[in-house]
Design a binder for this molecule. Structure first.
Ligand code: ARG
Length: 467
């Protein structure tokens, strides 16, 4: 970082800023991430200033080419950021003045850093939401390709972490699909509120120059302009909303992680994770640790933490802009980085997991997973559900005593529970019979799961095409 003790705002000051205060108040160490968006917004602002007759076309041309040169310098890593110039905005403005002389000083006409920074974050976030949304679609298509291969792979469905009823693996994977489908739409909805232009609010009250906000909005691809200048510079709802949506997304990824970790454990053995996603132990040679899902589960904490930070940054602020708002940057940047990294890892990992079909099937066989099917069978034969539940409970207890699954009990043994039981009972006691019976939209019958996969594929292709 270069040092430059002349401030852009020190006209009324009689002593230099305290060195500690300078470092304490500076944000350039992290907000330099906004540079491309700051330059984009400055060029749009200058274009509007020229169109509105506030600057000349010669001034505009020089500003535009100066800003483009600075953008290239920053992108090439050759730009020297200065802490004493506080933030990304003043670093770039000062660099422009150094480059094109006094004309650079007129760029700030009709705007303030307050509406400038609000604009930059909105542009940044819009871009990041689009990147995250693409990653979600990529991950969803990985889920679909794995689910497609497992519409008939039986596994136990669990409640309370205990075998409940048989399901097919494809059905479980499609539950994951649905979770992030909601995340996708939450982000799309949040994007609508992000994509509004605050520029023109200036410091807080608007500007006395004849600006054309609608024109700037169009140049920057915003859907509209903010309606109140005080709210425009102070509002960070959209940042909180984004982080809330990101928190839900991370909560989902964390839950999948938990399942992957359990499934991959030697005790369960439902799946194998590819070696390239695991690490070994430096002491225990037998270990193959599920590090990637463990880290994804762990990283959810940072995003939830960011959400709480942001809510707290805002909760005590009177209108309009206060410096507290500078504290919005690091949590939101970290959220974006974390979410993108976790989605990238999962988009690669999920389609590569290797199901161990025999282990899943055996686990379903061992857990009296078809007990509900037997109760439903008795209901179809005329028994009330509560009574059927009681009968089957007793038969399960018999099975536990002799170490047999319901399907392994003799007809005679089953009939000791109820004389309504006949030889056709064995059809409903098989795992296939059980999943096939749940044959309605949203159910686990293989045909229904195949339909769900097809419908989901159509949904994501459509939204990818239509934006
Ligand atoms: N770095 C500041 C931020 O991130 C920019 C706005 C500063 N405005 C001010 N009046 N000090 O919020």
């Amino acid at each position: 970082m270069a040092d430059d003790s002349k401030k852009l705002w020190d006209g009324r000051f009689t002593e230099a800023t305290d060195a500690f205060v300078e470092a304490f108040t500076a944000s350039v160490t992290f907000d330099h991430v906004l540079a491309p968006y700051d330059i984009l917004a400055s060029i749009a602002h200058a274009t509007m200033l020229e169109k509105s007759g506030i600057i000349t076309s010669n001034e505009f041309k020089q500003m535009k080419s100066g800003l483009e040169e600075i953008a290239a310098e920053i992108e090439g890593g050759d730009f020297e950021w200065s802490i004493s110039l506080e933030d990304v905005h003043m670093n770039i403005e000062q660099a422009l003045t150094v480059r094109i002389g006094d004309i650079g000083k007129t760029l700030h006409t009709g705007r303030s850093r307050n509406d400038q920074v609000a604009t930059d974050i909105r542009l940044y976030l819009r871009d990041q939401i689009d990147k995250i949304s693409d990653k979600i679609r990529q991950l969803q298509s990985g889920i679909l390709s794995l689910a497609q291969d497992h519409t008939e792979t039986i596994m136990p469905g669990l409640t309370h972490m205990q075998v409940a009823q048989p399901i097919v693996l494809g059905h479980h994977l499609m539950a994951w699909f649905e979770m992030i489908e909601r995340d996708y739409h939450r982000l799309a909805d949040c994007r609508k509120r992000v994509n509004i232009l605050p520029l023109g609010a200036a410091a807080l009250a608007g500007t006395s120059f004849p600006i054309d906000r609608q024109f700037t909005a169009e140049l920057l691809g915003f859907d509209g302009i903010t309606d109140n200048s005080l709210d425009a510079v102070s509002d960070r709802d959209f940042v909180i909303e984004f982080t809330a949506a990101a928190s839900l997304l991370m909560m989902h990824l964390s839950r999948w992680s938990e399942e992957l970790i359990i499934w991959a454990s030697p005790q369960f053995g439902y799946i194998e994770l590819p070696d390239r996603f695991c690490t070994g132990s430096s002491i225990m040679p037998q270990k193959k640790n599920p590090d990637v899902p463990e880290l994804v589960r762990g990283k959810s904490g940072r995003v939830f933490g960011s959400l709480i930070s942001l809510l707290t940054v805002m909760k005590g602020q009177p209108l309009a802009y206060n410096r507290d708002n500078q504290e919005d940057k690091e949590p939101v940047f970290d959220t974006v980085t974390t979410v993108l990294a976790c989605l990238t890892a999962f988009a690669d990992l999920i389609p590569a997991i290797i199901p161990r079909k025999d282990n899943m099937r055996n686990a379903a066989l061992k857990g009296y997973a078809t007990a509900t099917d037997l109760a439903d069978y008795l209901v179809r034969k005329g028994l009330a559900f509560r009574d059927a539940h009681e009968v089957v409970g007793k038969l399960v207890s018999q099975g536990i005593d002799c170490g047999k699954d319901l399907s392994e009990l003799s007809l005679q043994a089953l009939q000791s529970g109820s004389s309504l039981i006949e030889s056709d009972v064995f059809k409903v006691l098989t795992l296939e019979g059980s999943v096939n019976a749940r044959n309605h939209p949203g159910g686990t019958a293989p045909g229904q799961v195949a339909n769900a996969i097809q419908a989901a594929r159509a949904r994501i292709t459509e939204s990818t095409v239509n934006g």
